[in-house]
Design a protein around this ligand. Structure first.
Ligand code: ZN
Length: 316
């Protein structure tokens, strides 16, 4: 049995502790073994826990003879780069408030190719999304917004911009999704996947936010007649979350995110944002490690081919 909460509590909280805890390959491998299997490594073929550890760091099953490693069957499957480099990449991606661009990761890690850094970050972004997350609760602000495009026009919609739906708990978690349109069906699908039935929802006056999309959830609609200042804005937190993402979009990625991949960047933003109050910035990295050892291998070709705008990256 893996005590993930204990691993999380004991995880290095800052870069100095991180470098002391993971100085070499062995320390990184030991950490992943403990996180994935606890005290009992298991065979990936027959699930036997009767495994020998070889000098190479791999394990051999005494029942079926199969050799396996702690990274087999995870997104790190078959990696030829040292684990220490992956650990550093995870640290960089999770602990910087605005994330890190592939270009910067390439520079920090000394990769010969941009594509390697880009692929690594996408593999990690996939781990940032959890299917088991719980819906938002209590008072929730729900709004739509637009990312990108060149114009400063106010209103909906713009072909050059990407439409997103955003929901925020009071001083709490956020959900943000790239959306194909702003119909009742889309709003309903978003609400059903992301909001508990008992939520009290605040929206603007847009017609898709109605009983038909929000069901029995209590609903307060604020029709915006004139431009509000930040303090009097009933959707203040939703607007704030969206503006934080836009800041990353410009500041970290220089506005160069393809709409095809936007949802993955939103998932990464959400992952970090929802853990912003975690004490010890390193513990955000710990959560990504936990997800990493439970995820499946991801190849470059599946990253670039198995996706379409507004879709999450599907497991291959
Ligand atoms: Zn076996």
């Amino acid at each position: 049995m893996v005590d993930t909460e204990a691993i999380w509590r004991e995880f290095p909280k800052n870069l100095t502790e991180f470098e002391e805890t993971f100085p070499d390959e062995d320390s990184c491998r030991r950490f992943l073994i403990n996180l994935r299997w606890g005290q009992n490594p298991r065979c990936s073929r027959c699930n036997s826990d009767s495994l020998w550890e070889l000098k190479s760091g791999r394990f051999e099953c005494s029942s079926c003879g199969r050799q396996t490693s702690v990274t087999a069957g995870t997104p790190l499957h078959g990696t030829r780069k040292p684990l220490k480099m992956w650990f550093r990449a995870i640290w960089e991606m999770t602990t910087h408030k605005g994330g890190i661009s592939a270009k910067d990761l390439q520079r920090i890690m000394g990769f010969g190719s941009y594509k390697t850094a880009w692929t690594w970050l996408h593999k990690l972004r996939k781990c940032a999304f959890s299917r088991d997350r719980t819906p938002l609760k209590g008072a929730v602000q729900l709004d739509d917004g637009y990312i990108g495009g060149r114009s400063q026009e106010i209103g909906r919609p713009k072909e050059t911009k990407a439409l997103v739906l955003v929901a925020v708990e009071a001083h709490g978690r956020v959900r943000i999704e790239h959306s194909p349109d702003l119909t009742i069906e889309t709003a309903k699908s978003f609400a059903d996947r992301n909001l508990e039935d008992s939520c009290q929802v605040t929206t603007d006056g847009w017609r898709s936010f109605s009983e038909k999309s929000l069901g029995l959830r209590s609903h307060q609609q604020h029709i915006q007649k004139k431009k509000r200042n930040f303090d009097s804005d009933p959707l203040q937190q939703a607007h704030f979350a969206l503006s934080l993402f836009k800041r990353c979009w410009i500041g970290t990625y220089h506005g160069a995110i393809s709409w095809k991949y936007l949802q993955r960047y939103l998932d990464e933003f959400e992952f970090r944002h929802n853990r912003r109050k975690t004490l010890g910035v390193g513990r955000i990295a710990a959560r990504l490690f936990q997800s990493l050892v439970c995820n499946f291998p991801i190849t470059y070709s599946s990253i670039v081919s198995n996706t379409s705008p507004c879709m999450r990256f599907e497991t291959t």
